[in-house]
Unconditional design. Sequence first.
Lengths: 329, 125
Amino acid sequence: MYGSLSIIEIDNEGRQLHEEDPVRLQEFEARIADGDKIEPRDWMPYLYRRQLIRMIEQHAHSEIIGALPEGTWITRAPGFRRKLALMAKVQDEVGHAQLLYSAAETLGKSREAMIDDLISGKSKYSNVFNYPAVTWADTAVIAWLIDAGAIVNQTINSKGSYGPYCRALERICYEESFHLKYGHDSVVHLATGTPVQRKMLQEAFNRWWKPIMHFHGPPDTVSQHTEVLVRWKVKMATNDEMRQQFLDMYVPKIRELNIEIPDPNLRKNAETGQWEFTDPDWDEFKRVINGDGPCNKERLAVRRMAENQGRWVREALKQYSGQYVTPLA
Amino acid sequence: MKIQSLDPRISRSDIPEEKEYVNKTELDQFQTWEVFHQKTRGTHHVHVGCVHAPNYEAAVLFAKEQYARRMKCVNLWVVKTADIFVTSYDDADMFEPATDKSYREAFGYKNKELIQKFKSELAHE
């Protein structure tokens, strides 16, 4: 396989796991168990390729769409420094999307196909962004706790088996550190401020607690493929494990600010060491992720408008050819 | 029906609810370029990822945005991905030595042992 390849040769397209070459599969799994990375042109089971494309692509879409509820407050930020910080954060998120799209592309799906699938609704993105950022305090809560949830996810998965995804996640974690600090700072500023600020923050919290609890995905009992994805180090921890880690890290920090978490059943079981909480309505999650949320139409409409409006620029850059003729008059 | 939003800019953009969208043609997102950045003078240029761009100038511009926006960088190279010649991991054994090549490694020389032997022979005389 000398030479550069514009198209990856995938010879096991569509194969079920039990149909894969057992020798290749065993070598592949041994490499992963050893802690080695899988690189783009390695042989891999079709299921691995497909699941990774889906996961990385959805992560990329989440970064782009996630920029929308935050970006909406740039023009209305309460102060110049906040405006600059929020712009920088949104720039970073779009940059992260680029890194992730590139990582997904290494597996053989084109950027064009990924954008088409986002706009058609075929590919999903993180459900939390289907809710609106109603006030400035909403963006503060998103920047702190949604980014915190993402960082838990990203830090864990950056130790996974697929080389390009790990490298992208490492870079993302580096850039993300300021997001968390900025978000926490915004929340602390409101929490320790005037009664009006505290009220706005508490109301934002009440709106966002359920999406935050949904953030790491459905419970392990419902989540498909968990076992093989963990064995292949595609997921380095299950949804429930990541949710528990998030709660461990952030519930104390939330309570430190005297913010009331709108779940009276939230408590850490002293014996099991596990957080217990009110089941966060997975039916709503399913409805919203399948298109019936407050902002789904809006998010994709804005993305669609951006692609449509930019088309003439891309066409011009591709096809430019001209013939110089001295002006006639 | 137009999209209405809490964000006034979206509401006044008059975006139709009905999907007006044509699927992308090949190379709508241009070809890829690999980016190498040099963190500080004196260090190697290191591969950091790729960008999609129509030409060199756009590629360098996007590379600067993507890979030098947050991280320190003093220099960038961009190369078309299609111009890069790659080896296969399946051929990884081409990098293994076919024979014992300890003659070109420091561990292949037993100077210390020879000196020890020499000294102990002298001592016995």
